[in-house]
Design a protein around this ligand. Structure first.
Ligand SMILES: Nc1ncnc2c1ncn2[C@@H]1O[C@H](COP(=O)(O)OP(=O)(O)O)[C@@H](O)[C@H]1O
Ligand SMILES: [Mg+2]
Length: 299
């Protein structure tokens, strides 16, 4: 069995280095050969005959796709190579609005969410702004649809701040969202593999409305309310994810409200505070899937 891990060409952040190393060493322990390539040096493309160039890829039985680049993901998937996660799941998770749309009408509570209109040119922002203010009270949340680590999520307190962010993001796909006050600086992160909860933590911000570990938040062990587990599992099933980290906000009555789903959630911190070996669980699952695939049975 031979696998490929695909990472982004931007290189390693400390977190992604830990992620790749942990997975690689678990594959090594199971004697599964792994190559690591970036989405740029992989050079997968459509040939002038209209077919996907595949010579360098057909030696792989599976791909663990730790990047979000949908083009390379869809090209690899079209060759019939098993992807962890699938290209379409990665695509839906990468765009926060597409995630909310995919999960809508499925009994999953979410903050009221409005997509910014995607426009070719300048449009009457004032009318749209009035609609936003009618639908959402201040403070409200504005998020770029592509973003992670809390870096592109903003708390907007008044019309002046709304004006500024609307100008700044005029050409950037983004969403306007109800701010869940009861979840200020705290949320629940749940790692789900094969539609089962593997580990969970409460994330508590240092001094911010965002609880991301990257922004200085810390994780704490918790007993998970079954409503939160159900939400995380349901989301992973609807989005068709082998692996994911689901962020869940806490409503006024303590109820779960879905924030976002990460197809590539980092597991170093959550593994450390919980003692759960997430890399091993994921690698064991991948190998089991591939063995079943060989035998022609599905996991
Ligand atoms: N609607 C919201 N209400 C309250 N807090 C929110 C809301 N959306 C996001 N947050 C906070 O901001 C953090 C980052 O938002 P998230 O959507 O998970 O983006 P990222 O991909 O950058 O992590 C969340 O973990 C949560 O603490
Ligand atoms: Mg998040």
């Amino acid at each position: 069995m031979k696998g490929l891990i695909v990472i982004n060409a931007n290189g390693f952040s400390e977190e992604s280095f830990k992620q790749v190393s942990a997975l690689k060493s678990k594959f090594d322990e199971r004697s599964v050969a792994i190559d690591i390539r970036t989405n740029s040096d992989l050079l997968t493309y459509i040939d002038s005959d209209g077919n996907i160039f595949k010579d360098h890829l057909m030696k792989y039985d599976f791909v663990v796709y730790l990047d979000k680049d949908p083009y390379i993901a869809f090209l690899i998937q079209k060759l019939g190579i098993r992807m962890f996660n699938s290209a379409s799941s990665i695509y839906l998770c990468d765009d926060k609005m597409l995630t909310h749309i995919a999960l809508a009408n499925s009994n999953i509570k979410m903050p009221k969410t409005i997509a910014s209109p995607l426009v070719y040119d300048h449009f009457h922002e004032d009318d749209f702004k009035k609609k936003i203010m009618k639908e959402l009270a201040f403070p409200l949340i504005v998020k770029e649809v592509y973003g992670s680590l809390g870096l592109r999520v903003h708390l907007i307190n008044d019309e002046y701040e709304l004006d500024n962010i609307m100008k700044k993001l005029e050409r950037v796909p983004h969403i306007y969202q109800q701010f869940i006050k009861s979840s200020y600086g705290v949320d629940i992160r749940v790692i789900v593999i094969n539609h089962k909860v593997v580990v969970k933590m409460k994330r508590i911000a240092k001094d911010d409305f965002r609880s991301n570990i990257h922004l200085g938040g810390r994780g704490e062990k918790i007993d998970l309310d079954p409503r939160f587990s159900k939400m995380a599992i349901d989301a992973s099933k609807i989005l068709g994810l082998d692996y994911c980290g689901v962020d869940i906000l806490i409503g006024e009555e303590g109820e779960p409200i879905l924030c976002e789903v990460n197809s590539n959630a980092f597991f170093d911190h959550i593994s450390k505070i919980s003692g759960v070996d997430v890399a091993k669980t994921y690698v064991d699952y991948i190998i089991k899937c591939m063995n079943r695939k060989k035998k022609g049975t599905k996991l």
